[in-house]
Design a protein around this ligand. Sequence first.
Ligand SMILES: [Zn+2]
Length: 170
Amino acid sequence: MSSLFNHIFIPITILLIFSKRLSIHPKNIILLSFFGILPDADIFLFHRATLHNIFILIVPILIFIFMTDMREVSGIICFYLGSHLLLDIFDGGIFLLYPFYNGIFYSVIELIFEKGMKFNIGISNDFIDMSQIGEPMISSENFGVAILLLIVILISIIIKREDIKKKKKT
Ligand SMILES: [Zn+2]
């Protein structure tokens, strides 16, 4: 189950591992980590909807694009918020397009000992019950973490390539 601990611990670890390659300061990674749990503040409103939709990323993305001196901070905030949404999609689902569309976007990819691979992605009217009969070898949330890791690896490769291009030009 996606706990508050996971929502901070997983993105912090991934960012710290890649902090050098992405040239981001570890201090900023730690200071901004509360953005990893911020979406769950909507538990007092409409849980997994009010702050669990793609539109919460608009402001940090706009800052990232237009305020170049704020890139590091806005980039880290985007990652924390985005990682929260992604992990919750793999853990029951979220109202990804709220308030414009009231469907729960979910993704269940699990490897279960007795039953093998379970693969189910879609839009539902209800949250997906993640409690299983049988112990998953690889849980849906594990797949979410793996995807998060792949995204960061990809970004760091792209950044490295751009750096090499820039160095060649100068
Ligand atoms: Zn959440």
